[in-house]
Ligand binder design. Structure first.
Ligand SMILES: *Cc1c(COP(=O)(O)O)cnc(C)c1O
Length: 455
């Protein structure tokens, strides 16, 4: 019997993160301060982030050692298995070999603790007492709650009110790890009070929750803010995924032809592919890197490569990214997550240089793929992860027609155990496909195009 899983021992776990800024840092457009029009300085960021993370944001060192305290926590679930999807291959009757890196085995059920743990640690050693953040459905909130609990930090989470009411179970998980969770908008911040005075029954939004979390951190001396995707240091921490995958593939003598992942802000996909990117730039491999997003929020496939605000309200620096415009909000019927209007600047740079390809799928096909995976390989994916699976199935079916024995590897970013209401909607036939209309995207992008920085 051939092995199903490729396992690394704890001793084989990578001990440094790989920093792609050492390869592309000089060319990556920097974040710009909206008021000055100049690149953001380290000083600008200090009220909300600790110096350790700010330095990682701009570091050009190739390898950044993972602190022992962080490795100790990673050992709870890392190294994660690389699994051969024999049953899916058989079902598709494809000559392709399909593997998945299972990041759903972490305590919070996704890749997000890889950065949450590192961020909590760097805050802790600088004497920070409390972290704030926003969360939508609660994946990131639960990861940060888990990490703060380990390092003895308080954790305040502004959770979009409609999710707080409709998806209560991740909130329960955050409570188990000791976090304080507020349905946002709240009466606790100026940003929240302002929204509530205009709209007392506001369902909240990620943009409002970010404003509340940032304001809370900026106005309290012992408190910092934490972000779960998009930024360079987040992708850096997530390279543990790709570094392990690389070792695992080498162990079994595989060289990948295609690497696939889903993209919300770009952190799990970025962390998965980045360790393979320098060789592609140097012409030493010809891997197809495929980023997968929803047609309801198609930033990489329909957005423009421009400077835009990182948040909906316009508090953050300008980031150069493929964006749909910061006022863009995906339609309510979209159940699959991955709602961010832009994407990580590192990932966008790689897409712009044509090192990474992108594709978008409508949600019904994505849920079909999720159920196919659950029926063949057993694990129920998060709807986000299912986007990657849909692309994997399409690539494997292409191999069937061309009779190519390709090696396809994807990142299984999380499990779907807290997303069962979305699966219920799917089984009840309530999910509709949605392709964001071109005119709407144009409208949302109009303001951005006319900013002086984009002229
Ligand atoms: C948050 C999340 C994503 C999307 O975020 P990225 O930063 O793009 O990785 C994807 N999958 C799961 C399971 C998530 O929780």
């Amino acid at each position: 019997m051939k092995d199903k899983k490729v396992l690394l021992s704890e001793k084989e776990m990578p001990t440094a993160w790989y920093n792609i800024l050492s390869d592309i840092g000089k060319d990556l457009p920097p974040p710009i301060h909206p008021a000055t029009g100049q690149p953001v300085t380290l000083q600008d960021l200090l009220p909300i982030f600790p110096m350790g993370l700010i330095q990682q944001e701009v570091s050009t060192e190739k390898w950044i050692p993972i602190p022992q305290e962080v490795l100790n926590v990673y050992r709870m679930w890392r190294p994660t298995p690389l699994v051969r999807a024999y049953e899916l291959e058989k079902y598709l009757a494809t000559p392709a070999r399909i593997y998945y890196k299972n990041e759903s085995v972490s305590p919070a059920g996704s890749h997000k603790p890889n950065t949450a743990v590192a961020q909590a640690y760097y805050n802790k050693i600088e004497g920070v007492k409390r972290l704030t953040t926003e969360t939508g459905a609660g994946q990131w909130g639960s990861a940060l709650a888990f990490a703060c609990n380990i390092f003895g930090l308080k954790c305040t989470i502004y959770m979009v009110k409609i999710s707080y009411q409709q998806k209560p179970f991740r909130k329960s998980l955050m409570h188990c790890w000791g976090a304080e969770v507020h349905p946002s908008p709240t009466q606790l911040t100026n940003a929240g009070r302002k929204v509530l005075s205009q709209q007392p029954d506001s369902p909240g939004s990620l943009g409002i929750a970010i404003s509340e979390a940032v304001e809370d951190a900026a106005t309290h001396e012992d408190t910092k803010y934490s972000l779960g995707s998009v930024l360079n240091h987040v992708l850096l921490h997530q390279t543990i995924i790709g570094l392990e995958t690389k070792k695992q593939l080498e162990l079994i003598g595989e060289t990948p032809d295609v690497l696939i992942g889903c993209v919300g802000g770009g952190s799990n996909f970025g962390g998965f592919i980045i360790p393979f990117v320098p060789d592609k730039i140097a012409g030493k491999n010809n891997i197809k890197f495929l980023a997968v997003e929803p047609t309801a929020c198609p930033s990489l496939t329909k957005g423009l490569y421009l400077y835009d605000y990182g948040d909906t309200v316009g508090l953050t620096p300008f980031l150069k990214m493929y964006t749909l415009g910061h006022t863009f909000v995906p339609p309510k019927i979209h159940a699959g997550g991955l709602r961010y209007h832009g994407d990580a600047p590192i990932l966008c740079y790689l897409v712009n240089k044509k090192i990474v390809d992108a594709v978008a799928y409508p949600q019904k096909a994505v849920f079909d793929a999720a159920v196919t995976f659950a029926k063949t390989e057993g694990f129920l994916p998060a709807p986000e992860t299912a986007h990657a699976i849909k692309a994997v199935i399409d690539e494997a079916l292409k191999c069937k027609h061309t009779k190519e024995e390709k090696c396809i590897v994807f990142n299984f970013s999380g499990h779907g155990h807290f997303d069962l209401s979305a699966y219920d909607q799917y089984f009840e036939g309530k999910l509709e496909d949605f392709e964001y209309p071109k005119e709407e995207i144009e409208k949302s992008l109009h303001q951005i195009k006319n900013l002086p920085i984009n002229k």
